[in-house]
Design a binder for this molecule. Structure first.
Ligand code: URA
Length: 184
């Protein structure tokens, strides 16, 4: 089940009026479900905006295929989402204010999905979800508490866009995910 498209009334947001990309259920457990995982990226890009789905562009496809690899997650429901729901123009990074404007939506979705683990895909998501000031290089692969509920672990990984720029980062992105898969 996907989460309904959010209605946003924040007219002072610089991204107001664009089409928000919803949180989706990417894959459903094929065996008895033991885990719910939510992967949260930064913001939709051009392809995500076009298809109204998270992680469908070039870097998103790398994340999706990693998640689908060897049926790593037969006992896991995997959701995909973003901190910022509307595409920042020209693929620029979302501003801190745009992230803060959008935070209520991921907060709502986390409350609804009740993930056992959140994967922070890249530094922007990691900072917003954990409150850390540390960059992704310092925290990737560690487990930090979710800022609103310390019981929910947040696992930061390199963003697939960074992996596409530097392929040697692939195992740093994929191995923590494999660790989550093997934990169940
Ligand atoms: N990058 C993100 O952070 N999110 C997407 O949905 C796609 C690319």
């Amino acid at each position: 089940m996907n989460l309904d498209i959010i209605k946003c009334d924040n007219k002072i947001c610089s991204l107001f009026g664009k089409r928000p990309v919803p949180t989706i259920l990417f894959s459903k457990a094929t065996e008895k479900r033991e885990q719910v995982m939510l992967c949260v990226g930064e913001a939709p890009g051009e392809e995500e905006d076009k298809y109204n789905k998270p992680f469908v562009g070039k870097s998103g496809s790398l994340l999706r295929s990693t998640l689908a690899m060897q049926s790593w997650f037969p006992k896991t429901d995997v959701y995909l989402s973003n901190i910022v729901r509307c595409r920042p123009p020209s693929n620029r990074d979302p501003s801190v204010i745009e992230c803060q404007n959008c935070i209520p939506f991921i907060t709502r979705d986390i409350g609804f999905i009740k993930p056992d683990i959140i994967i922070a895909v890249g530094g922007v998501a990691c900072k917003q979800l954990t409150g850390t000031k540390l960059g992704i290089v310092k925290v990737e692969g560690l487990t930090l508490p979710y800022v609103n509920d310390k019981q929910i672990p947040v696992l930061p990984i390199f963003h697939p866009a960074a992996v596409l720029r530097k392929y040697s980062l692939f195992k740093s992105m994929a191995l923590p995910l494999l660790g989550v898969a093997c934990a169940k």
